[in-house]
Write a protein that binds this ligand. Structure first.
Ligand SMILES: Cc1ncc(COP(=O)(O)O)c(C=O)c1O
Length: 385
């Protein structure tokens, strides 16, 4: 990738320099004592990030691999599952379930609107025999910038008794996903977003209730058999050859997060989201997700009178900033910006980096944003005049 290109897409996201340096180290043996120590340390860090006492397992996979593992380990062919979807990644859950022969029922909301937890409650109450085995939800829907009320949804799922399976690919590391407090049974995520790493690692957190379901689950599994990962993790080991350098990066990224503290991380993302949304409002650019259900990680903008693709292409060509377009029927209608790019500025001000480097990082990453604002202003005034 061109050094000067700034990623503001929803993933991969910018990786802090100290993480890049860790990734550049010589690999070590994955059966060595040194690597076991790293597994032990990152596993504790992942539990901290998930706010859980449960197992958090590390896969060499993208987020979708973690999602697939979260299905095939706990369900059997023909099981009834309720997929609540309001975007592309919610729909992906349904596709995975269908590919494995599960009996998929759906609760939907329009793309750009949050799921209504009451719809899920109603659907579950219509199942007094408790045949629905799992409810599956995307927490932060990257395709639209909407965040769903996972806490309320999980409460209704607990009342019913089904497993609560969640995609936290764009919410972990940006907002609180307290697995234990919310009673989540499986949380899937991937390294290329809030973790501040390149793509390549998938994470699956598993509750004791989900492990119970694992014992009788009959869907086929081998590489993604989480029992293997759990058994090895208990010995600070890994069932296969893991991408050891990604573990080096993960170790540093988690240290950075712990130095900052969960509450500060969440507050920072919230500030960045608020600033991004305020800027778009000031430019009269309509936001796709409502304020009360806006993701702290992704802001989607639906310009009127200015082509979304034109904005993206000019910003890319003139300012080397890459923003994402819309997906599926939203293609050409919206553009999407992540707030992790802005986060990278703040993160690089952590004490781990010498001050000169911090100033340089800040300047390199902040200055390109100024022209984006100017460009948006110019486009806006050209088209509103
Ligand atoms: C919410 C959400 N879920 C799942 C995925 C799939 O992750 P991956 O592309 O790493 O397989 C993504 C990727 O953007 C995502 O944003």
């Amino acid at each position: 990738m061109d050094d000067k290109l700034m990623l503001m897409i929803p993933g991969p996201t910018p990786v802090p320099e100290q993480v890049l340096l860790a990734l550049a180290k010589h690999p070590i043996g994955h059966r060595s004592g040194d690597f076991s120590k790293i597994i032990a340390e990152v596993t504790e860090g992942l539990k901290w990030l998930h706010q859980t006492q449960n197992d958090v397992l590390i896969l060499a996979a993208s987020g979708t691999g973690a999602m697939e593992a979260g299905i095939i380990n706990f369900l059997s062919p023909g099981d009834r599952v309720l997929v609540a979807t309001n975007g592309k990644f919610g729909d992906r859950w349904a596709q995975i379930c269908e590919a494995y022969g599960l009996n998929v029922e759906k609760v939907t909301a329009e793309w750009g609107k949050p799921l209504d937890p009451e719809d899920i409650r109603t659907h579950l109450e219509a199942d007094p025999e408790k045949q629905i085995r799992a409810v599956i939800v995307t927490h932060s829907e990257t395709s639209t910038g909407v965040i769903n009320d996972l806490e309320s949804i999980s409460r209704h799922v607990k009342a019913h008794g089904a497993l609560m399976l969640a995609d936290a690919v764009t919410s972990l590391g940006a907002t609180s996903v307290p697995m234990d407090a919310w009673g989540l049974d499986m949380v899937a995520s991937g390294s290329q977003k809030g973790y501040m790493l390149p793509p390549g690692l998938g994470f699956v957190a598993v509750s004791p209730k989900a492990w119970e379901a694992y014992k009788t689950a009959k869907l086929p599994r081998f590489y993604l058999d989480l029992g293997k990962y759990r058994k090895e993790a208990a010995k600070n080991s890994h069932p296969f050859t893991p991408p050891v350098n990604m573990f080096f990066g993960l170790q540093v990224a988690l240290k950075m997060m712990q130095a900052e503290g969960l509450e500060n991380i969440f507050a920072r993302h919230d500030r960045q989201k608020t600033a991004t949304r305020a800027a778009m409002k000031a430019l009269n650019l309509p936001l796709f997700a409502p304020d009360q259900a806006s993701s702290p990680a992704i802001t989607a903008v639906a310009p009127v009178g200015v082509e979304a693709e034109k904005i993206r292409s000019i910003v890319r060509k003139r300012f080397d900033i890459v923003m994402a377009g819309g997906q599926d029927h939203l293609s050409g209608k919206i553009f999407r910006m992540d707030t992790w790019a802005l986060s990278a500025i703040a993160t690089s001000s952590l004490p781990l980096v010498p001050w000169k480097q911090r100033c340089k990082n800040w300047a390199m990453r902040t200055l390109p944003q100024v022209p984006v604002c100017l460009l948006l202003l110019k486009l806006f005034f050209n088209n509103s005049g």
